[in-house]
Ligand binder design. Structure first.
Ligand code: ADP
Ligand SMILES: Nc1ncnc2c1ncn2[C@H]1C[C@H](O)[C@@H](COP(=O)(O)O)O1
Length: 222
């Protein structure tokens, strides 16, 4: 019996992993997908044509980047539902607007007209009764200093060059955002409570918690 069956997680579940840059979403996505024998949906950072340009000049490239991410995530959303679920997704579509676009608009690095065009498009595509939301959003959280070390160690040049104030602002916004998030159920995990790199077997404790969540909410899916 695999861990998914052991803890009663439906084989058509869609689990999305949310949290600030460097917190460990991709690591968690892969570990959970392996444990549950689910497919993965990753952000493709290396092939994103706007990401490096964006970090060099936020004002110039914010709109292009948000439209690109929206299209990519929407395609991924469609793929997950076409397969009939059974996915772990690295970052939710909700963070694009709730964190990134909002932050850049409020900081003056996304033009207000572009922001409005973007949010109108986002709402027309996502905030409709026809848009299927994930069954569970796993929110990863932890102290900023540890997350900054992870960003440095991972070594994406453009992120290493970005002032710490950018990551501080994002970290604080994530805190507020998750406290009012209600598009789907949430499971919060503190990154200091597990270490999937040193102790990969700890994924079972997380799968067990996911299992409890599905057990408690089974009646909603009937
Ligand atoms: N428990 C951990 N301890 C130390 N480093 C970690 C841990 N989990 C992930 N990392 C490292 O931190 C960096 C960021 O993790 P990643 O999963 O890519 O984050 P995200 O997808 O949220 O940006 C990667 O280099 C990863 O190997
Ligand atoms: N919607 C976004 N706007 C701006 N930047 C974004 C957005 N989504 C992701 N990013 C950036 C942040 C990181 O530099 C990379 C990948 O994110 P990660 O949290 O490491 O998966 O893309």
């Amino acid at each position: 019996m695999n861990l998914r069956e052991k803890y009663g997680i439906p084989n058509n579940a869609i689990i999305t992993i949310a949290g600030t840059v460097g917190v460990g979403k991709s690591t968690m996505t892969q570990a959970l997908a392996d444990a549950l024998q689910f497919r993965t949906s990753f952000e493709n950072v290396d092939q994103n044509p706007y990401l490096d340009l964006f970090y060099e000049d936020f004002e110039k490239w914010s709109f292009h980047l948000q439209i690109y991410f929206l299209a990519e995530r929407f395609k991924e959303q469609k793929r997950m539902f076409e397969y009939g679920g059974g996915f772990v997704q690295d970052r939710s579509i909700y963070e694009d607007t709730g964190i990134f676009a909002k932050m850049h608009q409020e900081k003056g690095t996304m033009n207000p007209v572009d922001y409005e065009t973007y949010t109108n498009l986002f709402e027309a595509m996502v905030m409709t009764p026809y848009f299927p939301h994930p069954d569970l959003l796993i929110y990863l959280e932890g102290p900023l200093d540890g997350i900054l070390s992870r960003i440095q160690e991972r070594g994406r040049h453009m992120e290493q060059q970005t002032p710490i104030s950018y990551w501080e602002e994002m970290h604080a916004r994530y805190d507020k955002w998750i406290n009012s998030f209600n598009a789907c159920p949430i499971l919060r995990l503190d990154i200091n409570d597990y270490d999937l790199l040193k102790n990969p077997q700890e994924v079972e404790t997380i799968v067990e918690r996911i299992g409890h969540f599905f057990e408690q909410t089974a009646f909603l899916r009937k």
